[in-house]
Design a protein around this ligand. Structure first.
Ligand code: ZN
Length: 157
């Protein structure tokens, strides 16, 4: 396992559409392990493969973050099945360091994806997790949250 470099907003890679993975192999699993290391180090909520320079439809989310523990869910070839409700709040991105912006997102999101063993599963997230699912999914289509934010600001810290 190894930490990878997170590409930032000037990198044109972040604007490309990622390709489907299909059946995960050992390289996919090695990438997922590296993405977990990278996300842990960066102390972020989610990370998409294009953020580490790999144009594949993969992202991970630390669903334990609100409970102060690490619990990673890996999404390969995700499809958004259903969204409902609305939330409005501040959002940031490891690829847009030092900034945040307000973005409207659905409050509940259900995603179907493949796990590292090749099995399809569904995951439903609400509030922060719903926001994160939409944010990471957008990365796979070359979309950054700054495209959707109606108000941007520098980080207060
Ligand atoms: Zn991001």
């Amino acid at each position: 396992m190894a930490k990878r470099i997170i590409v930032t907003d000037e990198d044109p890679l972040l604007r490309k559409v990622s390709r489907e993975v299909g059946v995960p192999n050992d390289r996919t699993r090695a990438l997922l392990d590296d993405m977990i290391d990278t996300l842990k180090f960066a102390e972020g909520v989610g990370l998409a493969a294009p953020q580490v320079g790999i144009l594949r439809r993969i992202f991970i989310i630390n669903i334990g973050i609100e409970k102060g523990k690490d619990e990673f869910v890996e999404f390969i070839d995700p499809v958004i099945l259903e969204t409902s409700g609305e939330q409005d709040g501040a959002e940031g991105c490891l690829s847009v360091p030092g900034r945040q912006g307000n973005v409207k997102r659905p409050n509940k999101v259900t995603v179907e994806a493949t796990d590292r063993n090749g099995n399809r599963f569904t995951y439903t997230g609400t509030e922060l997790m719903a926001r994160c699912l939409c944010h990471e999914y957008d990365h796979l289509d070359g979309i950054l949250y700054v495209d959707k934010a109606y108000e941007m600001a520098d980080d207060e810290e």
